[in-house]
Write a protein that binds this ligand. Structure first.
Ligand code: NZQ
Ligand code: ZN
Length: 388
């Protein structure tokens, strides 16, 4: 039975190759002080920075720069961002970049007016914000995380070797997000495919669980087919606007909470991947691809019907004359072939993980209970070993 749920998505999207002009419609809604959040400089190289500064000036804004948000933003950077926002009485946090900048902006937004340390409050105790939240806007330059239309904010604490995500409510979601697929053209290929696998896995995490007949799973299958199709075009021609726009749009729908409505979800690939990330600081999508096959092969017997459906509906595997196990395995084989074709990591050792990290990665993996099989720590370890 489709479970009971409520659904609202608070983010206004502007999508398309002219979408930046809508920043002019959004900016007048907020006060003068804008904290401009960006990463290591890709937006300066591709010219986006200059365009945005011009629009901010035209709208009479006082720009406070907050550069250097690293991939997998750290708790130290978060504390710095909070300090900048406090000192400058910031009215809007404008993130320009990928999921890291957007996540970071949300983490800053719930911490500016809060006296407690954000790591302890949101990432250890998982509390909800109790202070005034500074609004966030996002200009997305990389498709993958879905951060542009959700409340997720993942922060890494290298000292504690933990990478943890807090999913905040609608009041923390970006008030608006600007999505221009052309901005993603300048992404290095490795980042592009990491983003593509991240999208695909977000859908898997919500698909492989809760197997009553429900519309959410049909939507999930359509999204998977779209991203597989577009990925093959984009790796041949990264400037194919149609493929890049479909990838960007799929990323948003893959994790704006729609396809998890009314059903349980898994998220164990992300839990293991995040722990790998805490040890290696590797690219998020690659940590997921590197642990996925061992994980899915491990849980397949517990969710055999769904893996069979995945094989026939998503990968077009012919079921005739085959056992359920054969069909399911052929589906995973097709997925593996596709992963090789687009060129994502298939081993965590490729990402810098070493044997001596296995115990720590296992320890740092949060175990969630929504999947086909609630893993024991030993089973997590087995999967991590198989991913080496
Ligand atoms: O920093 P710059 O110079 O901008 O370079 C970035 C960065 O090095 C580069 N890049 C982005 N757009 C570009 C570009 N380079 C050239 N041209 C462009 N147009 O790409 C690199 C990676 O960027 P990043 O933002 O780190 O990637 P992504 O979007 O994959 O975000 C990853 C973070 O999001 C978290 C991850 O854990 C990770 O910390 N996630 C957030 C989620 C959410 N909010 O729901 C869910 C996800 O599962 C994920 O966990
Ligand atoms: Zn992800």
């Amino acid at each position: 039975m489709l479970g009971n749920f409520s659904y609202k998505n608070a983010t206004k999207l502007y999508f398309g190759d002219d979408s930046l002009k809508y920043l002019n419609e959004e900016l007048p809604k907020y006060g003068k002080n804008v904290q401009l959040i960006y990463g290591g400089g890709s937006i300066k190289k591709n010219g986006l920075y200059d365009e945005i500064i011009q629009i901010l000036k035209d709208n009479g804004k006082n720009v406070i720069e907050d550069a250097g948000v690293m991939p997998n933003p750290t708790v130290e950077k978060l504390r710095e961002g909070v300090k900048i926002a406090k000192e400058n009485h910031v009215d809007l946090l404008l993130a320009v970049g990928g999921g890291s900048c957007c996540d970071y902006a949300k983490a800053v937004s719930v911490s500016v007016n809060c006296d407690e340390d954000p790591w302890d409050k949101y990432y250890i105790r998982f509390e909800e914000p109790t202070c005034e939240i500074v609004p966030v806007g996002c200009i997305l330059t990389m498709a993958g995380t879905g951060s542009e239309m959700n409340g997720g904010a993942v922060i890494t604490n290298h000292e504690q070797k933990l990478k943890i995500g807090h999913v905040f409510g609608e009041e923390v979601m970006p008030k608006f997000s600007i999505l221009n697929p052309k901005y993603t053209f300048s992404l290095p290929k490795r980042q592009m495919v990491a983003g593509i696998y991240d999208i695909f896995n977000h859908i898997c995490e919500q698909y492989f669980s809760g197997d009553d007949d429900n519309t959410s799973d049909y939507i999930a299958e359509a999204l998977m087919k779209s991203v597989i199709h577009s990925s093959l075009i984009a790796i041949e021609n990264p400037e194919d606007y149609e493929a890049r726009s479909n990838i960007m749009w799929t990323a948003t729908w893959a994790l704006n909470t729609l396809i998890s409505r009314g059903k349980t979800t898994d998220w164990m690939v992300h839990m293991i991947g995040q722990s790998v990330g805490a040890y290696t600081d590797a690219t998020h999508g690659m940590t997921l691809s590197a642990v996925s096959l061992p994980y899915y092969r491990f849980i397949m017997p517990y969710g055999l019907n769904k893996f069979k459906r995945f094989a026939t509906e998503v990968w077009g595997i012919c079921a005739e004359g085959k056992t359920d196990e054969q069909i399911a395995e052929e589906g995973l084989q097709a997925m593996e072939n596709w992963m090789k074709q687009i060129g994502v990591a298939l081993k965590i050792s490729e990402l810098g993980a070493t044997e001596d990290m296995i115990d720590g990665i296992t320890e740092g993996t949060l175990i969630l209970e929504g999947g086909y099989k609630v893993l024991s720590k030993d089973e997590v370890k087995q999967i991590i070993k198989a991913s080496m």
